[in-house]
Write a protein that binds this ligand. Structure first.
Ligand code: BG6
Length: 519
């Protein structure tokens, strides 16, 4: 067996894969306290707590760490520990259920403050708790604050942190950083207002705006594919690329988040942040290094080259949809307007598609199509780069269609890269058919990708901002979607619902771009 080739033993169970040797985990060196605002909420129990516990189990957390929950529900420290154990029993992966010495050590580092977010006494209590952690748990004055409350509370919490002297300031013993969950604002104006508050209290170097898509391994691999290979960059431009389509399709509906979603919609919930980040990674210029700011500057630069659509062009450049009742995996499911906490006459988009152009030398004239929707036929997130047709056909004797090359970066549920190219069908005639070259992370590297939150919380604890969105990029992403948002909000769509749950999406999206890949 040649070096570097993956092997699977004949029983199909154990794997020997030399590529795994490269998958090292870095231990975080700084001790610290992590404060979760909104610790009795859904995100904490499903994602954040399991991510912290996995970081512990895999030996990535420093020995001296502490977790403080800060939320409205009243718990004593012991009740909070019991609550965390129950949630980990449900949501932690099977090989990281809370038990034994690891859990006991983890539990003793958990504490809780039942709080009124408006009451400065609660923040004074938090400051005292953090000092206690420094003294008894060795956290050395380092603090990471995680805002996972409803966004309306972000400014309140941030201002109180400053009043309680918990923000970065002269003479403090350690560092203070803040992770801000999405959505960062609900439109351009509110995003700017939030940024003004953040800016008063935390310098940009201490702000970690989370976009969990950036924590997904295949998303990080977009840069590796482009900048750790020589063969893609020469063709990665308007001379060879015909169009780029970016899809973030979901099968799930709004579930129990109707209250939030009905005021958001797909454009704000997915396109402005997750999909725009994918666009930036696929279209940016090569950064000079892997330094966080070198990368983030390139991402902001390419977004600044995207011209927001003119108000008058919005209908030509976009398509919106809302799902009606339909069938998913053979099961009847309700329409959006029948979901809990959704207005029965709602005008909210559960599907959004936009066509954008990047006005620079590399991409002038190449359309970038972005789409995202709920209750579609399949869960798929991917970026497909379609190359131009061949310039001259020598296979004139056959009528076979020669399809253009397509490179697909598959983000989920499959994780990998696929290249479509043409090949000759064996036989005396020159028949041409499309074939595929496939790379799959699971088999290629022999490990599961770590969940995004684990990676991102770990990076914030290390002080690495690479996978977090800088303010200039967030602001530009809002500027790009604002004309579409304004027109959509001001125009009632009388055709809603205009796609059935479980379908490919609305007809209007096919009119916008007939070349969407089938879900
Ligand atoms: C969140 C959105 O940011 O991303 C949700 O608010 C959406 O509406 C989710 O379901 C999708 O994330 P993923 O990782 O399942 O693609």
């Amino acid at each position: 067996m040649a070096d570097g080739v993956a092997t699977v033993s004949p029983d199909g169970k154990s794997m020997t894969n030399p590529l795994r040797a490269g998958l090292q985990t870095d231990r975080i060196s700084d001790p610290c306290s992590v404060v979760f605002f909104g610790a009795s909420g859904d995100l904490f129990k499903r994602m954040l707590l399991p991510a912290m516990y996995m970081l512990r189990v895999s030996g990535i957390l420093p020995n001296d760490f502490a977790i403080v929950g800060f939320s409205r529900t009243e718990y004593t420290d012991d009740q909070f520990r019991d609550y965390c154990k129950e949630q980990l029993d449900i949501f932690a992966p099977d090989d990281a259920k809370p038990q034994g010495a690891v859990w006991e050590d983890f539990a003793k580092r958990l504490s809780y403050i039942g709080a009124d977010f408006d009451d400065h006494n609660c923040y004074a209590k938090l400051a005292q708790r953090l000092r206690d952690n420094d003294e008894h748990l060795g956290t050395k004055g380092n603090r990471l604050f995680y805002l996972s409350t409803p966004p309306s509370l972000f400014p309140v919490i941030i201002d109180h942190l400053r009043e309680a002297d918990l923000n970065p300031h002269e003479g403090q013993a350690g560092w203070a950083r803040i992770i801000v969950e999405k959505p960062f604002g609900t439109d351009l104006e509110s995003a700017r207002a939030l940024q003004t508050t953040v800016d008063r209290v935390f310098p940009e170097s201490a702000v970690y705006r989370i976009d969990h898509y950036l924590g997904k391994e295949p998303v990080q691999d977009i840069m590796a594919l482009r900048f750790a290979n020589t063969i893609f960059e020469p063709v990665w431009n308007r001379n060879y690329v015909d169009s780029v389509q970016i899809t973030a399709a979901e099968q799930i509906g709004v579930e129990l988040r109707g209250g939030y979603y009905d005021n958001a919609g797909a454009l704000r919930d997915m396109i402005q942040n997750h999909v725009m980040n994918l666009l930036a990674l696929v279209a940016m210029e090569p950064p000079a290094s892997r330094d966080a700011d070198a990368i983030r500057a390139e991402k902001a630069k390419v977004l600044s080259a995207i011209m927001p659509p003119d108000i008058g062009d919005v209908w030509e450049m976009s398509a919106r949809g809302q799902y009606g009742p339909g069938t998913i995996d053979g099961k009847a499911v309700p329409g959006y307007r029948q979901e809990p906490d959704v207005n029965p006459q709602s005008n909210t988009d559960t599907y959004a598609a936009v066509k954008l152009f990047i006005d620079n030398w590399r991409w002038a004239g190449v359309p970038f199509y972005l789409r995202s929707g709920k209750r579609l036929a399949k869960k798929t997130s991917e970026i497909a780069v379609t190359f131009k047709p061949i310039p001259h056909r020598i296979y004139g004797e056959t009528t076979d269609t020669i399809e253009p090359n397509v490179l697909v970066m598959k983000i989920q549920p499959e994780e990998g890269v696929t290249m479509r190219f043409s090949a000759k069908v064996p036989g005396p005639k020159s028949h041409i058919r499309s074939v595929f070259m496939d790379f799959n992370y699971g088999t290629g590297f022999g490990v599961q990708s770590p969940p995004a939150y684990e990676r991102l919380i770990g990076d914030a604890m290390r002080g690495d901002q690479t996978l977090f969105t800088r303010w200039d990029a967030v602001e530009r992403a809002w500027e790009i979607v604002m004309p579409v948002l304004q027109v959509w909000l001001n125009t009632k769509d009388f055709t809603f619902p205009n796609y059935a749950a479980g379908s490919q999406g609305p007809e209007s999206a096919t009119k916008l771009f007939p070349g969407w890949r089938t879900l």
